[in-house]
Design a protein. Sequence first.
Lengths: 252, 567
Amino acid sequence: MIKLINLTKKFASLTAVDNLNLKIAVGETFGFLGPNGAGKTTTIKMMVGLLNPTLGTVIIDGKDIAQEPLEVKKIIGYIPDRSFLYEKLTAREFLQFVAGIYGFTKKQCSGKIQRLLRLFNLEEWEDELIESFSQGMRQRLVLSSALIHNPKVIIVDEPVVGLDPKGSRLVKTVFKNLTHAGITIFLSTHVLGIAEELCDRIAIIQEGKVIALGTMDELKNKDDEGLESLFLRLTGGEEVSESTAALNLRVP
Amino acid sequence: MNLFALLHVRLLSLKHRLKSFHGKEVIKPLIFFLIGLVFWTGTFIIFYRVLGYFQGIESLGDFLAAKLLSMVFLVFFSFLIFSNIITSLSTFYLSQDLQLIFSLPLSLSEIFFARLADTILKSSWMVLVFGLPVFLAYGTIYHVSFFFYGLCLVVFIPFLMIASSVGIIITITLIHFFPAKRTKDVLFFLSIIFLVFLFLFFRFLKPENLVDPERFASILDYFAAMRSFSSPALPSFWATECLLPSLQSSYKGSSFFYFLMLWSTSLGVLVTGNWVAARLYFQGWSKSQESRRLRLSQSGFFNRAIDVLVWPFSTSTRAMIEKDLKVFFRDTTQWSQLLLLLSLAIVYLYNFKVLPFDKSPIPSFYLQNLFSFLNLGLAGFVLAAIAVRFVFPAVSLEGEAFWIMRTSPLSLKKFLINKFWMSLIPLLALAEILTILTNCFLKVTSFMMVLSSLTIFFMTFGITSLGVGMGAIYPRFKHTSTAEIPTGFGGLLYMMYAMGLIGLTVVLEARPVYLLFTSYIQHTNLPLWFYGELSLAIFLIVVINSAALVFPMRYGLKNLSSLEDWG
C-alpha cells in the first residue's frame, strides 16, 4: 500500500532523511520510532505532500504523490503532531468544511459527522468555537476529520499527544478497528507502549536512516530485551542514565 | 537589580533581531525606512507651510499656531492612550514569556515596571518619531534655540509616562472584569470606531475652508469651538503651555507650573499604576490563562443566507466560501475594518458632492469630465487600499491551519481561484457603485460614464488578482492579528504595484480623452491618427491589466507549491 523508495530530504547541509526504503502492506499498522530530530516528521510530511523530497519517491496505493498528488490525498487521512485548526469555527462546522473539501455535501455527511462527534466524545461541544478547546479536544477533532472521507491510509504523527488516558485508550481502540477493516496505518510516536500494542512492524530511525526494522517479536528476540531497552540501546539513550548518575542529584 | 535584568533581556532580543539583518534582508527595513522618511518629510513640509501661512495672518497667526499645537498634543494623547491599552494587553497579559516571568522569584512591582517600560517603548516610538517633524517645523518657523528641543524632550517624557500609565491602569481594570482575549477584540473594535470618528470628524469640519478667505469667520468659530477640547485638566494642555512661552515671546503663561504638573502627575500615576497592579494584575493574568467556554449563538438566518449565496458553486468551493465568511464575521479584527471602509466610501462620495464647480473659471463641462477621469485613479486607489486590507490577507488568513488545505485533495490552483472570486465580487460591486455614483454627482457625459465604468471594471480584476497573488507570494501564516498582515513588506509592495497598475491605466487613457474633449469644446474634427492612438491605448490597457490578472496568481501558485515552512 505504501512504498518509500530512496526517499531523501536535505535542508541546506543537513540530511534530515537519508535514502529511506520502506514497504508497508495493506491493512498493516506500521510504527515509525526515533528520537527527537531523527527525521520522523519530515518523512511523514513528504508522504502527505507537505514537503517535496530532495530525492526519491513516495508511492501510495500505486500512485506517486509527486505525479498525482490530488489522487493520493483523496485516500489519505493525515493527523499532524500539532493541531492548528480554524479557531473561529465550531467542531461541527469544521467537520462539515473538511467533508466539503473532500466533495461531500452537508446532507451526505451529516450522519457520519454525528457518529464521529459521538465516538470522540465531542458531541457536547459540537457547537462551540474551536478556540475554546483543550489540546486533547483538538486532537480528537483532528482524528475525526481524518476519518470523515473513509481513507484507505492513515498517516499519523504522534497519535496520543495531549490526550488523557481515556482519550489515548479510545484512539488505540479506533486504530485497532480500522486495521481490522483493512485500513493501513503509518504512525510515528514516542510512546513505545503504543507501538508495542498496535504495530505489526516497527522501524527505528536515527539521523534519517533506518537502524532497525521488523515485527515486535523479531526485534525483541535479538537480545530478548524490551522495546524500550532496544530503542535506548540503538539510539544512544543509555548514556542518559550515566549522565544523571554523574550529576549526582540528591534530594535534600 | 531584577528590573534591570528584565529590561536587559528585552534589549538583548532587540540586538539579536537587528543583528539578524544581513544581505537581502536589509532591503525590507531599508524600504520601510525610506517610506518613513518620505512620510516624515511630508509631515514637516505640511506643518511648515501651514505655520508659515498662519504667520502671514496678522494678529491671529500666533493664536492659530498655539491652537494647532494644542490639537496636536490632544491627538497624540488620545492616540497614545489607545495605543497603550492595546499594547499593554499583549505585554501584560498575552505575551508568552509571562509564564516564565511569573515563575521567577520577582516581585509584582518589578514585573509591573519592566512591563511598563516595555509598553512605553512599543506604543510611543511612533508618536515620538512622527512628532519630531511637527516640533521641528515649529522650531524653524519661530527661529528657536536648542533650548526648545531640550524642553520638548523633558516635556515628552512625563507626557508619555502619563499616557502609558493611564492606558495600563485601564487595561488592568478591564481585565479584572473581562477575559483578556475578549477584551482585545472589544478594544480593537473601539479603536476602529475611534478612528472612524476622528476621520469623519476632521472631514466634516471642512479643512478646505482654511484656504477660502470668505469663510474665515467660521474658522475662528471653529478654533473657538476647539478651545473647549483643550481642557486645563488634560496633560495635553499642560504640555502645550510648557512649550508655548519658548516659542512665542509674547505668550503669557506659567510654563513652570505646568511643567511641575506634568512631572508630578506622571510620578503620581506611576505610583497609582503600581498600586492597582499590586491588587488586580496577578488575578487578571491568572484568569486570562483559563479557557473561556462560549456557546455560539446559532443564527439560522445567517446560515441560510450563506447557503443561498453559495449554492451555485461546487461542493469544495462552497465549503471554502462558507468557512471564510463565518471566520470573517466571527473575527472582530476582520469585520470591524468594514467600518473603516464604509467611512472611507462616505467621505469619498461626500468630497465629490461638495466640489464647488460654480466658483471655477474653467468651463464646468470640461472640469466635470476631467474630474470623472481623475476619479478613476482615485477610485482605483480606494480599491487598492481596501484590497490590501481584505484581499491581500486572504491566503495568510488560513494561518497555521494551512496544512488542512495542503493535505486535502483541493488543488492549490483551485484554492487561489476560489479566493480570487470571493474577493472580486464584493470589490467589483463597490468599484462600480463608487464610480457610477460619483459620475452622477459630477453629471458627466454618457461617454465618460461608460468609459470609467468599463475601465474600473477591468482594473478591479487586476487589483484583485494582484492582491490574491501577492498575498500568496508573501504569506504571513504566523500572524497574531489579522490587522498585521497587510503591514508587512508584501503589503507595501502590493500597494506599490497596484498604484503602478492604476497609474499606468489612467495615464494611457489620459491623452485620447483629453484630445476628445478638446475637440468637443473647440468643435473641431478629430484627426484620423487619433483613432490609431486610441486603439493603441486600449490595447496597452488590456495587455497591462491582463498581465496583472495572470502573473501574480501564477507566481503566487508557484510560491505556495514550493512553500515548506508555514507552521
